[in-house]
Design a protein around this ligand. Structure first.
Ligand SMILES: Nc1ncnc2c1ncn2[C@@H]1O[C@H](COP(=O)(O)OP(=O)(O)OP(=O)(O)O)[C@@H](O)[C@H]1O
Length: 255
């Protein structure tokens, strides 16, 4: 049964959320790369930027508003590769306008991004969740009937506890967790190729084991990635790791 929104314009096969216990770990980057690599596999993909207060998805894909509207709701922006994108920043007059709303209003907008947008038919709708595990995340988990969650983290000492909060919230809603991605794990020396773990030894493996989830990847800090992202060209980034993760997600559908 496909997911349908209130106005029945959406017929979406799978909805997957990308979640992080705290901000700035690269959740939007992971969402964008996963969308890009699922699209490259030939799937129709939408990306809902659920980070209402700190939306960064349009900038990464080089898309901007204003959005058109038809009888069925707002028409999402389309990225150069053909990914449908909905974000608060596509509705603001200036992309640096602050969104100074309290939690319940933010949660309401998040729901509208699902219900009042003409998503059409999609194989995948990825939802870039706001960071954290508070009220807004709780409402988001209640509002979206998810097929899976990907957890994103960074290599810092509080990681176990923060990942644990996300896992426990997700488990409360009985949503499967596809796995954990540790971002910014290391840098690769451009001269000798040595991997330097600047934040110390990674705890991703033990964290994944502790919460009984798969460790999908440990991603390096990659200046090329941030450059493409800053220039609105993230779809040009080629990643063997994300190709594999996209394959894995597509294969899970068949089980
Ligand atoms: N692996 C990486 N290599 C280089 N730069 C990265 C990497 N991952 C993320 N970045 C950069 O770090 C910044 C923060 O990333 P991003 O916006 O994806 O984080 P986030 O977790 O979604 O943040 P927020 O909490 O604001 O939602 C961006 O400028 C992004 O380009």
């Amino acid at each position: 049964m496909p997911h349908e929104n209130d106005n029945k314009t959406a017929k979406i096969k799978k909805m997957i959320a990308i979640m992080s216990g705290k901000g700035g770990v690269g959740k939007s980057t992971v969402s964008a790369l996963l969308a890009t690599h699922l699209k490259r596999l030939g799937y129709t993909v939408g990306l809902l930027d659920g980070d209402i207060k700190g939306p960064s998805i349009p900038r990464m894909f080089g898309v901007s508003g204003p959005l058109e509207k038809d009888a069925h709701g707002l028409i999402p922006a389309i990225s150069p590769a053909g990914i449908k994108i909905m974000s608060m920043n596509l509705l603001l007059e200036h992309e640096d306008d602050p969104v100074i709303w309290r939690g319940p209003v933010v949660s309401g907008v998040l729901k509208q991004f699902w219900n009042d947008v003409n998503w059409g038919e999609l194989d995948y709708l990825l939802i870039d969740f706001p960071p954290g595990t508070g009220d807004v995340q709780l409402t988001a988990m209640q509002s979206f009937v998810l097929d899976g969650v990907i957890m994103v983290t960074s290599p810092q000492s509080l990681v176990q506890m923060i990942v644990g909060k996300g896992v426990n919230l997700t488990n409360k809603f009985s949503v499967p967790i596809f796995g954990l991605i540790e971002n910014m794990s290391y840098v690769k020396c451009p001269d000798c190729g040595k991997e330097i773990f600047i934040f110390g030894e990674s705890k991703a493996k033990t964290t994944a084991e502790k919460y009984d989830i798969d460790l999908l990847a440990q991603l390096p800090i990659d200046p090329e990635l941030s450059k493409l992202s800053d220039n609105g060209k993230i779809e040009r980034f080629e990643s063997k790791t994300f190709k594999e993760i996209a394959h894995l997600i597509a294969t899970k559908d068949c089980q």
